[in-house]
Design a protein around this ligand. Sequence first.
Ligand code: SIN
Length: 291
Amino acid sequence: MSLTVRPLSRALGAEVTGIDLATVTDADAAGIRELLLEHLVCFFPGQQLDRDAHVALGRAFSELEVNPNLPSPEGGPREMVELRASQGGIADEWHTDVTFLPSPSVMSIMHMVQCPDLGGDTMWSNQYHAYEELSPALQELLLGCTALHDAEPHGKPDMKAHHPVVRVHPETGRRSLFVNTQFTRRIVELSHAESEALLGFLKGWSTQDRFCVRYAWTPGTVAIWDNRVTQHHVVNDFEGERIIQRVTVLGDLPTGEPARWEPYAPTRRGSVARHDTLLARDLRLAAAAAD
Ligand code: SIN
């Protein structure tokens, strides 16, 4: 294939032309993987991708997952998620896909089926930079921390997983921050109050402008991103219909440094300490879900 690759920001993102995603070969898939290692999210405008071709594209990378919470298109494959703005399907909170699962998706492949003329862009943020630009002291603290994630925003608060706060990318060996606004609930080794303060800071820090790219869609564009090292969200500034279809490639177990401390245990009773008591229960549930 003879690709043209146009970087879109200093942080991440590139627009790629010169490939037909409806007919990818193994070599094409390997080439796209390479591009993702460098750019983290790639946009392929002007594609003609029906549902079958979309699923086949996903399978060219690996097995696909079935999202436990989001709808599939009517009569469409179970591996495909469809979000329609008219039915409330606007993912406008910063997130990394399905981090409430023990093995969150490795890669997401999204097809813009219908978009407004103006607005409804999507933003992605580079979580390598979010980690690497922290002070050495905070980097060091976070290396020893783990976090609980849950699907409460999908109405499933008991769907939980426990991940390192800093993960290591299995191919690049680089560390990245692995918390997100929508699904990360608690840093386990800190008290509830400390976790609230630090997570609040990290959620803002990790999505600041200089770590981001913003993409304005045209129908038919396909975006492929590395879900391990990015967060994304839709800019909810539009009117009218917006329909996306997405498949996700089955995840790996996020790895990082092992926790350096025991989960925080409350030393006194009271309404604040109640969150810490609940944490012990949540950790048991997460461990049971991971078994
Ligand atoms: C998603 O969160 O995967 C959907 C993003 C979008 O609709 O742009």
